[in-house]
Design a binder for this molecule. Structure first.
Ligand code: ADP
Ligand code: MG
Length: 642
């Protein structure tokens, strides 16, 4: 008897009337059916045959992906986050809440820290840490200045932005941001580990899920920060594993890269990997290679291998590691206990169970999200995907901690793949925002700090988290900062001025979706216009077109994938048809064969082929039309802005 999944699949595919015909066979037999077997189950109509063919393919793919036979879909745990894609993000775009908790608002949130504050055993769900890298000799030589102050004690970062007034006098605008931790250029990688991933390692041994991200512009120190973390974490993991109670646990390492909307295995010659959804709507990376390691040297070797594969690929045209997210995953697996009677003959030993999992993510350069109007289409598409993934990531992290019922995992490849790091009570996230100290990078630095700031601004239990953590309060400090800025209007005025900037940013956010990246020249233009008290028409129409362009990019990214998947499925269908043609030819060559049968079968097969080509052609044409529209729109926006 086929399982409920197959029965439902038959129903959904419009093949309900054939359910009794498959009652006598197992799922395995069902999935192994060839097209030539279909008539023996009563499926003779061409269209029905195709439907059945596709159904079998999709169930096989999903069950292969999940590494198990199709089973009943899992019942959602009552407390699990629910993913309702049609409402994705609705709950999160509540600008009112976001505004209220901004660091410059008048929130009086600083309640005394609760006793559990520093509980190492239960690290906070989200930690946001900023790390400033040192200025290099070269940067100094070319006249760059260090414009970032890190106030370690108050976990605050201050960016001193030099500005020019209308009368051309210069002044410094100070921007202060408070985080869980602010790390200056003196802080070692070991200290970074202790403040970020270190406390999470223990949780991995009791079903923990963790992820650690490095965010920032290219050259801000993401890779420098991220690459030692897995090595250091593995040392701690092996220490735990040496204990008697963890003897049956092993560490499995995998590593992949998300480039555009494709995924590549960094431990298997950058093989392209497919992403599929299994029967439980869980996204799985199919065929990702995993290595079991038993010492730190093993982990180091894998990291070296992956960074080698990453850089080898980047010599090719249009390929650049700053445009990809690289992800290293550790899975702690417990081998299933062997039953006293051992295994029965022919029975597979049970799969090891994943106890804990941690992902280390070196994100694409945040400035790459602004490439959506580049001259090169590939660059534009990659930029759009990066933009999308960084926004989706922020929304997912925010959702983690705000009782959100809708988590927008499906917003991007990145978040879809990392979904299991975000779901459940045991999920922990650390975001490390890397910043450059240079005066020439000030726009990017501010963008990074604003991003990191929004990641944590929805936290509802600020008070009983890390002491001095993210509570916006601290009026005295902001007042001092405002007074320190010379020359300029009165402190109050300045504060108000800054408020207005944020207000405007938020308005734009609400209008066009959350923080669309703004390329520096464009932002400059906007500033000038608003300083003069008017936003020109050109800006307005460009914004409308840019919005249409954003939508188009989204749909192109999605349709590209659909087109390729459709093509692949068609090809499999073609191969099956071809096999049948060959069988038919063999048949007809035999003495005494019936020519009528041959003609009839041949006609049916040609019909299948013709229909297939037509469908593929139609999809291709629709896609080409989208590409043309995007090209034209991109040029128009470019012209308006120029
Ligand atoms: P990203 O990965 O963000 O593009 P990198 O990690 O490659 O940036 O860092 C850029 C440069 O700055 C590298 O030469 C790196 O060695 C150096 N660097 C980054 N952070 C630090 C730091 N905290 N201390 C010393 N050098 C650093
Ligand atoms: Mg890097």
């Amino acid at each position: 008897m086929v399982s409920a999944i197959v029965v439902r699949g038959l129903e959904d595919a419009g093949l309900k009337r054939f359910i009794p015909a498959f009652a006598a066979i197992s799922d395995q037999a069902f999935l192994g059916l060839m097209m030539s077997d279909y008539p023996s189950h009563g499926v003779v109509d061409l269209e029905d045959k195709q439907k059945l063919f596709r159904l079998i393919k999709s169930i096989s793919a999903a069950s292969k992906a999940s590494g198990e036979a199709p089973s009943h879909p899992a019942v959602e745990k009552p407390n699990a986050l629910i993913d309702l894609d049609e409402n994705d993000g609705d709950l999160l775009s509540d600008a009112g809440v976001a505004f209220q908790l901004s660091p410059l608002s008048n929130q009086k949130g600083a309640a005394p820290p609760a006793a559990s504050t520093n509980n190492q055993d239960d690290p906070p769900k989200i930690r946001v840490v900023v790390r400033k890298r040192p200025i290099s000799k070269k940067e100094r030589e070319r006249g760059d200045e260090d414009v970032v102050d890190v106030l370690t004690k108050s976990s605050t970062v201050v960016v001193n932005e030099e500005k020019v007034k209308v009368d051309l006098t210069k002044y410094v605008e100070k921007h202060a941001f408070k985080f869980d931790e602010a790390l200056d250029e003196q802080v070692s990688n070991e200290a970074v580990y202790q403040l970020t991933v270190g406390p999470l390692v223990r949780t991995l041994f009791r079903s923990g899920r963790a992820s650690c991200f490095a965010y920032g512009q290219t050259g801000s120190g993401k890779t420098y920060t991220m690459s030692p973390l897995p090595i250091r974490a593995s040392a701690d993991i092996f220490t735990y594993m040496a204990q008697q109670q963890y003897r049956d646990i092993s560490l499995c390492v995998s590593c992949f890269e998300i480039y555009g909307n494709k995924v590549f295995d960094l431990l298997n010659q950058r093989k392209k990997l497919n992403i599929l959804e299994d029967g439980k709507r869980k996204v799985v990376v199919v065929g990702l290679k995993e290595f079991t390691v038993d010492d730190v040297e093993g982990v180091k070797a894998l990291i070296e291998e992956s960074s080698k594969q990453r850089s080898t690929g980047s010599t090719a045209a249009n390929s650049d590691s700053s445009r990809s997210h690289s992800i290293m995953q550790f899975a702690l697996k417990r081998s299933a206990p062997v039953a006293p009677s051992g295994f029965r003959r022919g029975e597979e030993p049970p799969e090891p169970k994943v106890v804990g999992k941690i992902s280390f993510i070196d994100l694409a350069g945040s400035e790459r999200g602004a490439d959506t109007f580049d001259n090169n289409r590939q660059t534009r598409l990659e930029g759009a995907e990066i933009n999308k993934s960084l926004l989706a990531l922020k929304e997912c992290i925010r959702a983690l901690d705000s009782d959100a019922r809708h988590v927008p995992f499906r917003g991007s490849k990145l978040t879809a793949v990392l979904r299991d790091s975000f779901v459940g009570d045991q999920a922990r996230t650390v975001m490390i925002a890397n910043i450059s100290p240079c005066s020439t990078s000030v726009e990017h630095t501010l963008n990074t700090l604003r991003y990191a700031d929004r990641v944590k601004e929805l936290r509802k239990d600020k008070a009983d988290r890390t002491p001095g953590g993210v509570t916006p309060g601290d009026e005295a400090y902001y007042a001092a900062v405002a007074r320190a800025a010379v020359p300029g209007p009165e402190p109050m005025e300045r504060d108000k001025d800054r408020f207005d900037h944020r207000d405007r940013d938020r308005d734009r956010e609400r209008d066009r979706g959350p923080d669309r990246f703004v390329s520096p020249p464009r932002q400059q233009g906007f500033r000038m216009a608003s300083a003069a008290g008017a936003v020109s028409d050109t800006d307005g129409s460009a914004a409308a077109l840019a919005e249409r362009h954003d939508e188009l990019m989204d749909s192109i990214l999605l349709e590209e994938e659909n087109l390729v998947a459709f093509h692949r499925a068609k090809l499999e269908e073609d191969m099956e048809t071809m096999r049948q043609e060959m069988a038919l030819l063999q048949e007809v060559d035999k003495p005494g064969s019936e020519i009528d049968h041959y003609v009839e079968q041949m006609t049916a097969l040609l019909n299948i082929k013709r229909q297939g080509i037509q469908e593929l052609q139609a999809k291709l044409d629709a896609f080409k039309a989208k590409l043309r529209e995007e090209e034209a729109l991109s040029r128009t926006v470019h012209k308006i802005r120029a």
